[in-house]
Design a protein around this ligand. Structure first.
Ligand code: SAH
Length: 392
């Protein structure tokens, strides 16, 4: 057994059930610290506090999978967590859709593992050495419990490098298709399971897509950082007057065009390849609904100043393109840009743009992306729905 012994006074976060044990809290390690190995975590005076997976190279040294003295049976623990997670995703919670997040890592008690379901295919992503080691356990449990025709793993190369395991993009069982059509309410999206971003689609924006669809009637919509057109398609279904979608990736735009065409609406969208930060500076059109959904601009706290400056800039310039009474839906793009900071940055942009803004609603990730209160870092998405107050 591998033992991780904490420094004196550094056991507080484990006792509060925080799933991440930072390397600075570790006094010593007894045993072979192979990446992803199961470790017993002890306080400095020898009390067993729980069990977790070690990541020797990471600043998150242990990801806890259970708390308390009771030894763990990993196969049982993982199978139970998957059964619990899957029981949560009911139509009452998610509404009518065949795309749901089945396992949301720490939020479902399985640090380092996300699983999305697209109809009859499951797509898993591994972000820790521990979940890499126990692949057969979660893969078998998913297959037995959820029972889709096929399962696929999508590599997360940055995490694999950080954690020291080999990135793999491989079928887990069955013969996963290259592409599937996701049906969410009356919206349809082609999802590229092999080449798309993340697991193929941003399921977490579902609540926000519903909102955009409900508010789009008659509006000129700008969808910045559109990826495969999640918001554009929602806007078209909601009766938008026009749609302008911008992304820097041609692969993303091909999907966006295809997805907007699938709606069959007699609308000719402008689907443009551009740097969104530049685009808003040069744009001369006016819009009534503006969505800004950038990639993570701050991956670490030290990048936050630069990120907030860039973010403020894109909001500022898009507010200059906002018609009176326009709606703006602004996403932070990283948990570092938390709701409070997001409000400050948007406020700064509104001052510089000389526009007064009202906040109508804060929109988070859809409820199939639960965040454990033990793990506030798990909150990944915050959107601010605002209105530009019409001036007299
Ligand atoms: N709104 C999308 C998700 C956006 S993810 C949805 O609902 O599905 C962020 C997107 O920003 C990615 O598609 C990425 O290709 C794009 N991107 C990254 N940097 C960009 C830039 N400088 N200008 C325009 N798009 C960019």
């Amino acid at each position: 057994m591998l033992d991780v012994i904490l420094d004196r006074g550094r056991d507080r976060s484990v006792r509060r059930r925080h799933p991440w044990l930072m390397s600075g809290a570790v006094a010593r390690i007894l045993g072979d610290e192979a990446p992803g190995a199961l470790a017993r975590v002890l306080s400095n005076d020898g009390e067993v506090l729980g069990y977790g997976h070690v990541s020797p190279r990471s600043s998150v040294r242990v990801r806890m999978i259970s708390f308390g003295k009771e030894p763990v049976d990993e196969a049982e623990l993982i199978a139970e967590a998957i059964a619990r997670a899957s029981a949560l995703r009911t139509p009452e919670l998610c509404g009518e859709t065949d795309g749901v997040r089945l396992v949301n890592a720490e939020g479902d008690g399985l640090p380092g593992l996300v699983v999305d379901r697209y109809g009859d295919v499951l797509v898993a992503g591994v972000a820790s050495a521990g979940m890499d080691r126990v692949r057969p356990l979660w893969s078998d449990a998913l297959r037995a419990h959820v029972g889709t025709d096929s399962g696929l793993e999508r590599a997360h190369p940055a995490a694999a490098r950080r954690e020291g395991f080999a990135a793999r993009s491989v079928p887990l069982w069955g013969e996963p298709a290259e592409r599937v059509v996701l049906r969410e309410r009356e919206r349809e999206y082609v999802v590229d399971l092999r080449g798309g971003q993340r697991t193929g689609f941003y399921l977490d924006r579902r609540t926000a897509r519903d909102r955009v669809q409900a508010l789009a009637q008659g509006r000129r919509v700008l969808d910045l950082f559109c990826y495969s057109g999640g918001f554009s398609v929602a806007a078209v279904h909601g009766g938008a007057r026009s749609v302008t979608a911008v992304d820097s990736s041609e692969t993303a735009l091909r999907l966006a065009r295809e997805n907007i065409e699938r709606t069959g609406a007699p609308i000719v969208p402008a689907v443009l390849r551009a740097d969104a930060f530049q685009f808003v500076r040069g744009c001369e059109d006016l819009f009534d609904l503006i969505v800004i959904d950038p990639p993570p601009l701050a991956r670490a706290r030290r990048d936050l100043r630069k990120a907030t400056r860039a973010y403020k800039d894109v909001v500022l310039h898009s507010l200059r393109r906002a018609a009176p009474g326009a709606l703006g839906l602004f996403f932070g793009g990283s948990h570092h840009l938390d709701p409070e900071l997001l409000r400050k940055v948007v406020f700064g942009a509104s001052l510089d743009a000389g526009r007064s803004l009202q906040v109508l609603e804060e929109i988070g990730a859809a409820p199939d992306h639960p965040v454990s209160l033990d793990h506030p870092e798990g909150r990944a998405l915050t959107g601010l729905l605002t209105r530009v107050v019409p001036q007299r």
